[in-house]
Design a protein around this ligand. Structure first.
Ligand code: NAP
Length: 247
């Protein structure tokens, strides 16, 4: 009898919040978790906790803003596997809420480094490993704040949150996901937002000082759904935990 290969996933920003909860849930399903963390000490602490719970976890030092760090992460993953089933571009930065009139390029650039260039940097580096898998999937962690439909809906609180950096970075990420999906049909590229857009809810994490109404488990439902789509599953879609949402 041949041993079944375990499903493998690389999660950026896996040391805490939604990334950590995603790692925990997929680890419970028996997947091999490559847990990305820009701080190796906090990353190792997170990996040790998951390992103690029975998961198979490899901590991968990974700062999505650094070419060198991403190259090192890919080298480390390659020491363990010649293919990767799933990449979850979860790492994200909120930036400061700065009124558009006061926003500077410097401020916006730092948020784009993490939320836009980061996922491109990691995806580009990991693509050969993904393309060696049978049913490769990339999950981009987007946001209702990056949805034109949401931001232009006066009933949505985010329509009154005046800032440029975060929302535009996630809108860019959404479009980037679509363009990858169209160009690379053999790899599934989808966007998950951790909230419930219709109910104006988001998940309590450090990013929002734990003001969210959903647990991290509820917040990761959409990420888990897209990470686990089968070979006939969708590509180029945008979902929250309740289902498809408008771009
Ligand atoms: N919470 C929500 O309801 C919600 C809603 C919409 C979208 N999101 C998105 O969900 C994702 C996860 O956020 P969260 O809510 O779980 O927040 P969080 O607890 O603050 O986690 C953010 C993660 O991203 C990592 N990170 C930031 N910059 C990085 C970099 N340069 N390289 C590698 N990792 C980096 C952080 O690492 P450190 O610990 O080192 O800072 C941390 O692990 C983000 O993309 C966020 O925009 C969340």
């Amino acid at each position: 009898m041949t041993a079944t290969r375990k499903t493998s996933v690389l999660i950026t920003g896996g040391n805490k919040g939604l990334g950590y909860e995603t790692a925990r849930r997929l680890g419970e399903q028996g997947w091999t978790i490559f847990l990305g963390s820009r701080d190796p000490v906090r990353g190792q602490a997170a990996a040790d906790k998951l390992t103690a719970g029975g998961a198979e976890v490899v901590m991968v030092p990974l700062d999505v803003t650094s070419d060198e760090s991403v190259a090192g992460a890919v080298r480390l993953v390659r020491e363990h596997t010649d293919r990767l089933d799933v990449l979850i571009n979860n790492a994200g930065a909120p930036g400061r809420v700065v009124a558009p009139a006061e926003a500077t390029v410097e401020e916006i650039h730092s948020v784009y480094e993490t939320n836009v260039y980061g996922p491109i940097r990691v995806t580009h580096a990991v693509l050969p490993l993904l393309q060696a898998a049978d049913n490769p999937r990339v999950v981009m962690v987007g946001s209702g704040g990056g949805s034109f439909a949401v931001v232009t809906d006066p009933a949505q609180p985010v329509s009154k949150m005046h800032e440029l950096a975060y929302s535009s970075s996630k809108a860019a990420l959404h479009m980037i996901t679509l363009r990858y999906a169209q160009a690379l049909p053999a790899v599934k590229f989808n966007v998950a937002t951790p909230g419930e857009i219709a109910n104006h809810r988001f998940a309590a994490t450090d990013m929002n000082r734990h003001t969210g109404q959903l647990t991290v488990t509820e917040g990761t439902d959409s990420i888990i759904r897209l990470a686990t789509v089968d070979a006939d599953g969708p590509t180029g879609i945008f979902v929250d935990r309740l289902g498809p949402v408008a771009w």
